[in-house]
Design a protein around this ligand. Structure first.
Ligand code: GLU
Length: 432
């Protein structure tokens, strides 16, 4: 049944594939040479299960999607107080490469603009550029759960042409924000921008943030929950630069984009999204990346301010009530991520039962996405030669306008069990 979610992803990708608006970044030749039509989309659930669509194996440079991770590393290594002394957390409302500091404090306004990102590099304790980069490289790789590569051509080009970033670094030095040699710090910053990722890496990195700093597949803690909380806060307010307000309203997920065409978005506690599409709008965001995130948020109900409720531990109990009859008791609120878990559990186990009874009388609230997914599950079970029965005394699952054609709905578990017994008996008779 994972294919139900897979179909959503493929459908969303297909909807946006025809949008060829925007332009490739061309401030260095390497970025202008990539395939403009590429569109990769990856979704990692909080348990590390991944859905992927399109060009999800294409590697591209992380660019500014690196900024939250370097900020997190600085917080991890020297603590929030020391970082706050050098970098603010206020949205700048300015372009990413603005040569500016906060007038009142002389600090970069936040770590998501270049000034703040370069300052964040300088805060990583290290003996040399190589040492700092090695720590950063390892930290990003731990978030992704694999060793990431570096695009040496992009790094060399960034370094050869980075006058504006140089201007920013020397300005920061003059304000006393940068300790250390600006050229050495810039060298690390250029290298960090040239780290190679896929949309799946970005989804996995986002999922590690969604899990409060634990990489889902290994269960390894990469950084503390406090570091993640601060990092996500800054992504909410400043991640999308001067488009942050629009982004939070329409998409509602902490996110970061980069001129390589990547966007990473986090739904705390639930999932991480990675998108790759290199055609950019005039603010430097991936045109289709933004559109895909908007669609996913709207159609899967992912806005973080609508997900204030319990939505993960939705299977309260699962047990074999009779031979061939498995009961799944759900509770809490059913939203996308929780429903996805339910579907995957049932899919994993459907070889072991003839009839599944879904007991939803303890479900408090359910959104339209979850209803559609559960309707799809009933069909899936029928196609697989199984039967799905529903205990739904309050009609929680009824989709307006869609009759419960394939499901049989019961007011109590006992009634459903009686029906399940006769269904199993009928199946066994016809088999034997
Ligand atoms: N390497 C680019 C710069 O620092 C990254 C910009 C971005 O991705 O927004 O200018």
């Amino acid at each position: 049944m994972a294919e139900l979610v897979q179909e959503y992803l493929d459908q969303i990708r297909a909807e946006h594939l025809g949008n060829t608006g925007g332009a490739l970044a061309d401030y260095i030749p390497e970025l202008a040479r990539v395939d403009p039509s590429a569109l990769g989309l990856s979704l990692s659930l909080a348990d590390g299960y991944i859905y992927e669509s399109g060009d999800f194996t294409t590697e591209f440079t992380i660019q500014s999607v690196s900024k939250p991770f370097t900020y997190a590393l600085a917080l991890d290594r020297i603590g929030q107080q020391a970082v706050d002394a050098k970098i603010g957390v206020e949205p700048s409302g300015e372009a990413f490469n603005e040569i500016s500091v906060d007038k009142a404090t002389d600090r970069p306004k936040n770590p998501m603009i270049n000034a703040g990102a370069i300052a964040a590099v300088s805060l990583i304790p290290g003996t040399s550029a190589d040492d700092r980069f090695a720590q950063l490289h390892e930290f990003y790789s731990a978030f992704a759960g694999r060793r990431l590569g570096v695009d040496h051509d992009v790094y060399a080009s960034e370094k050869a042409t980075g006058s504006r970033n140089r201007a920013i670094a020397y300005m920061l030095q003059s304000f006393g924000v940068l300790d250390g040699d600006p050229e050495e710090i810039l060298d690390v910053y250029f290298r960090q921008c040239a780290i190679k990722v896929t949309s799946t890496d970005l989804a996995r990195m986002a999922a590690t943030l969604a899990r409060g700093g634990v990489e889902p597949r290994s269960g390894r803690r990469v950084t503390s929950a406090a570091v993640v909380q601060r990092t996500l806060s800054v992504m909410v307010t400043c991640g999308m630069y001067d488009a942050a307000g629009d982004w939070v309203s329409a998409v509602g997920m902490p996110a970061k984009s980069g001129v390589g065409g990547g966007i990473t978005a986090v739904l705390p506690g639930q999932l991480g999204i990675g998108v790759y599409s290199p055609l950019l709008d005039d603010k430097g965001h991936s045109v289709r990346g933004v559109e895909v995130c908007r669609s996913m948020s709207a159609s899967l109900g992912l806005h973080f301010l609508s997900v204030t409720r319990e939505s993960r531990s939705t299977i309260r109990a699962a047990y074999d009530a009779r031979p061939g009859v498995r009961v799944y008791e759900l509770h809490g609120d059913l939203l996308f991520a929780g429903t996805e878990q339910v579907l995957r559990n049932i899919e994993r186990e459907y070889d072991d039962f003839d009839v599944a009874i879904l007991e939803v009388s303890r479900v408090d609230d359910i959104d339209a996405t979850a209803r559609r997914m559960l309707a799809g599950m009933r069909e899936f079970l029928n196609v697989a030669g199984r039967e799905g029965l529903l205990v739904d005394p309050d009609d929680t699952l009824r989709v307006a306008g869609v009759p419960n054609s394939t499901a049989r709905v019961f007011g109590t578990l006992d009634d459903a069990l009686l029906a399940a017994e006769s269904a199993v008996a009928a199946r066994r008779n016809s088999d034997g």
